[in-house]
Write a protein that binds this ligand. Structure first.
Ligand code: RFL
Ligand code: PHB
Length: 395
């Protein structure tokens, strides 16, 4: 069908998750026109409960985009985390070990702030775009087409940023022969519950237990986010609130189990765990960023942070291209991102292997896992290594 609405811009961004919206803001601040095209409604995008931990570099990127005011007021700065295993808790003090911290501020809030800034900037955003398709990104003038309210639209642009997540259309538009994919699917997922109850502790607790991994996280002083490891075959409907709280309590050390305040869940969902990287991240005038190019299991709290570092590299490359005609940032985009991505993949895989209960692990594997936990909490060098990866390696 012919397009009956045609526009043009410099950068067409597919996807209004944190990667797409942050890229849009960074480009807008740099004076580069852009459009964001999103398949879902804004309400749907805001209803997804996901990440909670921001690295310093992500906070800096949000500051550059001019969206850090509420984050500075409401975000909780955490100086460390706790590991719980064998009935005891062990604190890893990031601040003492490496002098850096992380900020607890939900992805939903990051997205809300980015949406508000975008609306204020007047840059166009199309929500509820159906049948989004990418064309001619291997030529000079790429185009993105979509259907909205029954009419076809076409956006001509200089570049396309594929920020449409793991199941998006951007990566799927690249011929399979042009990509190499690396993947590991874990035989379990995380069942997550959000509740308006005070967090069980001041910092996050990562618990390794023979019944499976558990994580106590939070969104504020009055809102908690908890997860328990479940087999990949589980459905959230099989988990009443009572069953969830009971299972969580059994995986925590006694003081935490006792301190746990329970209440009705306001969200309950299961996220599968996967490691995935698509190489390269650039195809002509199409750049993939965030979950569209790579997935990490959430154990290392790296997904959103990687999405942010990708789009900072991309925004810098595009700014140098438009400002000085300098192609180097764009030419090196894929290689620069992938170096960082693989380090985060390694750390996320390691944290996942360290803390989860693997169904096919034998007795030897269990002893090695216990020895590794024991070594970690007894070694300042090992704690420092965890700390520098968790707070985020330098860009
Ligand atoms: P998103 O957030 O998936 O956004 C992609 C957007 O693209 C839209 N889209 C399309 N738009 C147009 N046309 C199409 N054909 C489209 N197909 C899809 C989608 O509707 C969506 O709006 O990807 P993005 O922006 O790359 O952001 C990535 C992050 O969302 C993700 O990495 C993190 O949430 C991962 N993650 C965590 N990351 C952290 O850094 N710290 C954490 O503490 C953390 N915790 C988590 C997490 C992810 C989790 N789940 C649910 C997998 C905890 C969990 C449980
Ligand atoms: C979260 O609060 O949702 C969260 C925190 C830390 C993680 C993963 C998820 O490692």
């Amino acid at each position: 069908m012919a397009a009956n609405g045609s526009t043009s811009t410099r950068v067409a961004i597919v996807g209004a998750g944190p990667a797409g919206l942050l890229l849009g803001q960074l480009l807008t601040v740099a004076g580069i026109d852009n459009i964001v095209i999103e398949r879902r409604s804004p309400e749907h995008v805001l209803a997804r409960i996901r990440a909670g931990i921001l690295e310093c570099g992500t906070v800096d990127a949000l500051a550059r985009a001019g969206v850090d005011a509420r984050l500075r007021r409401e975000g909780l700065v955490h100086h460390g985390i706790e590991l719980s295993f064998g009935g005891a808790r062990h604190r890893i003090d990031f601040h003492a070990l490496i002098g850096r911290d992380v900020t607890v501020y939900g992805q939903t809030e990051v997205t809300r702030d980015l949406m508000a800034a975008r609306q204020a900037s007047g840059m166009p955003t199309v929500y509820d775009a159906e049948e989004v398709s990418l064309h001619d990104f291997d030529a000079q003038r790429p185009r993105v087409r979509y259907r909205k309210a029954g009419a076809m639209h076409e956006v001509a642009c200089d570049f396309i940023a594929g920020c449409d997540g793991f199941h998006g259309v951007s990566r799927a538009s690249v011929p399979a022969t042009a990509t190499q994919v690396f993947e590991r699917v874990y035989p379990f997922g995380w069942l997550g519950v959000l509740s308006d109850t005070p967090p069980v502790a001041d910092e996050l607790i990562y618990a390794s237990h023979p019944r499976g991994f558990a994580l106590c996280s939070m969104r504020s002083k009055t809102r908690s986010r908890y997860y328990v490891q479940v087999p990949s075959t589980e459905q959230p409907e099989a988990w009443s609130d009572a069953r969830f709280w009971d299972e969580l309590r059994r995986r925590l050390d006694a003081p935490a189990a006792e301190a746990l305040v329970t209440g009705p869940s306001i969200e309950k969902s299961i996220a599968p765990l996967r490691s995935f990287v698509c190489e390269p991240m650039r195809f002509g005038r199409l750049f993939l960023a965030g979950d569209a190019a790579h997935i990490v299991p959430p154990t290392g709290a790296k997904g959103l942070n990687l999405a942010a570092s990708d789009v900072v590299y991309l925004a810098d490359g595009l700014a140098a291209h438009y400002r000085d005609g300098d192609p180097r940032g764009l030419d090196q985009y894929s290689e620069t991102c992938l170096r960082r991505v693989w380090k985060a993949e390694r750390f996320s895989w390691w944290m996942t292997s360290l803390l989860h209960w693997f169904p096919d692990a034998d007795a030897f594997a269990h002893r090695i896992q216990q020895a590794e936990l024991d070594y970690l909490v007894g070694s300042e060098a090992a704690c420092r290594s965890l700390a520098e990866n968790y707070v985020g390696l330098p860009r």
